[in-house]
Design a protein around this ligand. Structure first.
Ligand code: SAH
Length: 447
């Protein structure tokens, strides 16, 4: 096998990053843009003892559902499945989940993946990196596996107002010669822009992230943004740290009151720049309704919502339960959760605790807290063993596991199944069309 060699290759699977994988001379060949079942021609490079990269030259035998990619900026690395028809994307996600479960010896019926009717303009949060370009500061996304900027201001996953606001920001960057952040020298001014909208409320927030405390040309920027009445808040966020963290902790409000509001199914939420909030509001509703229905609440239950964020699921549950106890790592999120409960008239049914679930959940159990139903919605790495162990000791009749990672879900389900639970329902939900991500809601019951 030599560098630059061109060859035919059969693709048989996808990595969790969305690259096609084929076998050649005992090596795995990774091909960005190729789909399982396809025959492609590739040029080999990056040859290592066990694997190599293949640059996709042509698709010789395409996947039956391959289409022209809707996106002209497909090198941005955000979407991996733009060349696959949407129904086939949903099927692929379901297959991914089945494969992850099978790897842990779990045979389960998995429902069809719940998709969107129109899977575009779905994101309520846009994050743009600002980096030096040949003509001054440039806005865009990072190329896959790199920090090289792919200029883009018309992402099809964002609603159209993003493009209009970015055009003003771009004009301001040029007119005021705002220096972009230089990662190598950790210098410059503007690092990132974040736009967030409340899909129900129609309110928008713009956050400008800078390295230092100064943001030159603020008045000019605010004057340009005056033509967007929907922009309730403009916030200056300072992030002096090196590394990949996007937002710092210091927020200064430039316009409005620094927050926006949104509603989900009649519940109202107040969002600050750092608050975690699901990215796809239409599908969030599907996800939360699925979780709620899997809980099977009658109004009598005490429910734990572990990894509760700003209490969105907790409040959904509280409307149909006797009591909800929420646990979350980030103290600011817990403050938001309490405020949100208050605002929705659910404060007397809810109690929120800030801390690590792996310490707090066993501690609450020791103090005598008990749940009839437990919901968990952990980050990608899944639940800590102490959380799973406490659930097994407490033995609620129903567990609902909301997961954003099929592998950690399968690992944790194996523990719960061995501990006496039975898998009653598994429903994947598509929160991120055109990407490989798949969210799952799984219901476990104790007979
Ligand atoms: N259920 C919420 C948030 C889910 S995201 C929603 O739908 O909006 C996962 C949450 O777990 C995040 O808010 C994160 O801050 C929190 N988290 C991460 N590690 C944690 C830990 N060890 N203990 C408790 N919460 C944690």
């Amino acid at each position: 096998m030599t560098q630059g060699h061109e060859t035919r290759l059969q693709i048989d699977s996808l990595t969790d990053k969305g690259d096609g994988v084929g076998q050649l001379d005992g090596r795995q060949i990774y091909v960005t843009g190729a789909l399982p079942g396809e025959t492609v021609s590739v040029r080999l490079h990056g040859i290592k003892p066990n694997y190599a990269q293949g640059e996709l030259l042509a698709v010789l035998q395409p996947h039956g559902a391959r289409v022209a990619n809707f996106c002209p900026h497909d090198s941005c690395g955000g979407c991996q499945l733009g060349m696959l028809e949407y129904p086939a994307q949903l099927d692929l996600k379901r297959q991914r989940l089945l494969a992850a479960l099978a790897k842990r010896g779990i045979q389960a019926e998995v429902a069809a993946c719940l998709g969107m009717d129109r899977p575009f303009a779905y994101r309520n949060k846009a994050l743009y990196a600002v980096r030096p370009g040949p003509q001054g500061a440039e806005l865009g996304f990072f190329r896959k596996h790199s920090h090289e900027l792919v200029a883009c201001d018309d992402c099809a996953l964002q609603p159209p107002l993003v493009e209009a606001i970015l055009a003003e920001v771009r004009a301001w960057l040029g007119a005021c010669r705002i220096p972009a952040y230089d990662e190598q020298h950790h210098s410059g001014v503007l690092r990132y822009l974040m736009l967030r909208d409340g899909r129900q409320s129609g309110e928008w927030m713009l956050v400008l992230v800078t390295l230092g405390e100064t943001l030159p040309g603020v008045d000019d920027l605010l004057a340009r943004l005056a033509r967007f009445p929907a922009l309730r808040s403009v916030v200056h966020n300072i992030n002096p740290a090196r590394g990949n963290r996007i937002l710092g902790f210091d927020n200064r409000t430039l316009r409005g009151d620094g927050v926006i509001e949104d509603a989900l199914d009649g519940l109202h939420f107040c969002l600050s720049p750092l608050a975690f909030y699901q990215i796809n509001p239409e599908q969030t509703l599907r996800l939360y309704r699925e979780a709620l229905s899997q809980c099977g609440l009658t109004g009598q239950e005490t429910v734990f919502d572990i990894y509760c964020g700003i209490g969105t699921i907790s409040l959904f549950l509280a409307r149909q339960a006797a009591r909800v106890v929420g646990v979350e790592l980030v103290p600011e999120a817990i403050e938001d959760a309490r405020r949100n409960a208050e605002r929705n008239g659910l404060a007397d049914k809810t109690e929120f605790f800030a801390g690590k679930a792996e310490a707090l959940v066993p501690e609450l159990y020791r103090q005598g807290y008990r749940a009839d139903v437990v919901v968990v919605d952990p980050p990608r790495k899944g639940c800590e063993p102490a959380v799973l162990q406490t659930m097994l000791t407490m033995a609620p009749h129903t567990l609902v596991y909301v997961s954003c990672d099929p592998d950690s879900l399968a690992r944790d389900l194996a523990v719960l199944l061995a501990g006496g639970y039975r898998l009653a329902q598994v429903t994947p939900v598509d929160m991120f069309p055109h990407t490989l991500h798949v969210e799952t809601v799984a219901r476990l019951i104790r007979d």
